[in-house]
Design a protein around this ligand. Structure first.
Ligand code: CS2
Length: 484
């Protein structure tokens, strides 16, 4: 970062370049009512932005964020008074807006007691989460708490000093129970199927394992499901330099995103909620249709593009979708194989598809296929396998979905088509290294495949795609499958 530009903070807001938007409310009047676990780039480009937009009218809904694993977000944002820049990019250019809704950031490992005391205070009415799929410490196929997960083993032994997100929520609920307070609402904002119900199942189980009283109290917690959508690539040093040049101030951790944003939430907030509808958030009775659409179409396509694209040497999603064979494959994947499984009007789904293709093609978003390829063991069930299950039950073909699964199998075997080793990031990475691409052993992983483990129709289709990938490489195989 440059040394002569000021650092973003409350006292330098007046130095922002013309055209950079800043909070339109008095931050000193904002008080916290939300604790957010997992204060990564996604939250800061999504929920924190919607909250920022209502604080002028409702200053009582500020956010305190917590990072569960690393201190880096707190280290970057605390010297900036929690302020950061949201850079929205497309082919037309970049717009910058400073977001002020995050009042404090707590690094759990350094300030666990502060975080739990805050979560247990009457002021807090919502605890929201973006801890990624693996942060739920569950079995991805069944959606049940994994009682053998190392963090859960730890949290059961030390329920007052937990490490996991479910453990922190349960510890805070116990304090509220003892204080005679009603529970906060738990709002999952992760890409899990029925994310509220899944979070509820996991948290209630953990609570009941700790004590029967706590288990009963956990039964009274509301867990609205929500569908969240905004593409947010990891911030790079090039982004930092470009954004500083645009805004005139240095920001240690801006976030970069696309113009599109969507948030659909089940309206179940016993302690109240801000009026987010006025800033475009949709409140519904049942989020499942929207959630299936998003997980199967957007995330299913994303993972398929990520594995096959990475193998073929496409570092970015925009490069992969610019390849006509990949584009045809993804169009066919959505039109022929995913849309018929969804309970929404086909015309709306085709419109959604076209919009997705345009979003993937955004040339200004440098979204790495490697980033999306991470944690496939946690993502495959809701992104590809649920759709396959429905296709199988209806006796319908699913060749392109099977190619996506085969792409994942080839990817986790650890070498791309040029023979270069892949840095495979996944909670099961050590196991994948041991398995070394043995499809039979991968199919046997019931925590991923669930009841599809051992399904002969699925295995035959995936094996035939895998054979083609090994023999011809991803580029030629995508071409062959795109013509299907
Ligand atoms: C992506 C998602 O990294 C990934 O796995 O598929 O983060 C995706 O960008 C978001 O869900 C978009 O809303």
């Amino acid at each position: 970062m440059s040394t002569n530009r000021p650092r973003l903070s409350t006292s330098t807001l007046n130095r922002l370049a013309t055209g950079t938007l800043r909070p339109d409310y008095d931050r000193s009047k904002v008080t916290p009512a939300i604790v957010h676990l997992g204060i990564g780039a996604f939250h800061r480009a999504h929920m924190a932005v919607s909250i920022d937009a209502i604080l002028a009218e409702e200053p009582g809904w500020g956010i305190v964020g917590a990072s569960l694993r690393r201190p880096d977000t707190a280290e970057a944002l605390l010297p900036q008074d929690g302020l950061y820049t949201l850079a929205v990019r497309d082919a037309e250019g970049t717009t910058a807006r400073v977001i002020g809704s995050i009042l404090d950031i707590i690094d759990v490992n350094a300030r666990r007691a502060d975080l739990l005391a805050l979560m247990a205070s009457p002021a807090i009415r919502i605890v929201s989460l973006t801890v990624t799929e693996k942060g739920y410490c569950h079995d991805p196929a069944s959606g049940e708490l994994d009682v053998n997960h190392p963090d859960i083993v730890h949290d059961l032994a030390h329920p007052e000093a937990p490490n996991s997100a479910p453990g922190l929520i349960v510890a805070a609920l116990e304090r509220r129970r003892r204080a005679g307070l009603p529970p906060f609402t738990v709002l999952s904002c992760d890409n899990l199927p029925a994310n509220g119900r899944t979070a509820g199942r996991i948290i209630r189980r953990l609570a009941a394992l700790i004590s029967a009283d706590l288990g009963r109290y956990a039964e009274t917690v509301a867990f609205p499901s929500s569908m969240v959508d905004r593409i947010v690539p990891a911030t790079t040093d090039t982004d930092r330099a470009e954004i500083a040049a645009l805004t005139g101030v240095d920001d240690a951790w801006p976030v970069v995103t696309e113009p599109f944003t969507q948030w659909v939430i089940e309206d179940n907030f016993p302690l109240g909620r801000p009026n987010l509808a006025r800033v475009g958030v949709e409140f519904v009775a049942d989020v499942e249709p929207a959630e299936h659409m998003k997980l199967r179409m957007l995330n299913g396509s994303h993972s398929t593009l990520a594995y096959l694209g990475y193998l073929a040497g496409h570092a970015y999603v925009a490069d992969a979708i610019a390849d006509p064979d990949f584009r045809r494959l993804i169009e066919g994947f959505m039109t022929e194989e995913v849309i018929p499984t969804l309970a929404m009007p086909p015309e709306a789904l085709r419109h959604y598809r076209d919009r997705l293709i345009a979003r993937f093609a955004n040339p200004a978003l440098r979204h790495r296929t490697w980033q999306i390829a991470m944690d496939g063991s946690q993502k495959l069930p809701q992104r590809l396998l649920g759709t396959i299950r429905d296709r199988l039950a209806a006796g319908l073909p699913f060749r392109r979905l099977a190619l996506g699964v085969a792409g994942w199998m080839r990817y986790v075997a650890g070498r791309d088509d040029a023979g270069t080793p892949i840095d495979v990031r996944d909670p099961l990475a050590p196991l994948f290294a041991d398995i070394g691409g043995d499809a039979g052993r991968l199919f046997a992983l019931t925590e991923i495949f669930g009841d599809l483990s051992g399904n002969p129709v699925l295995e035959a289709e995936v094996l035939s795609a895998l054979t083609a990938l090994r023999r011809d490489g991803a580029k030629a195989t995508v071409r062959a499958y795109s013509a299907a």
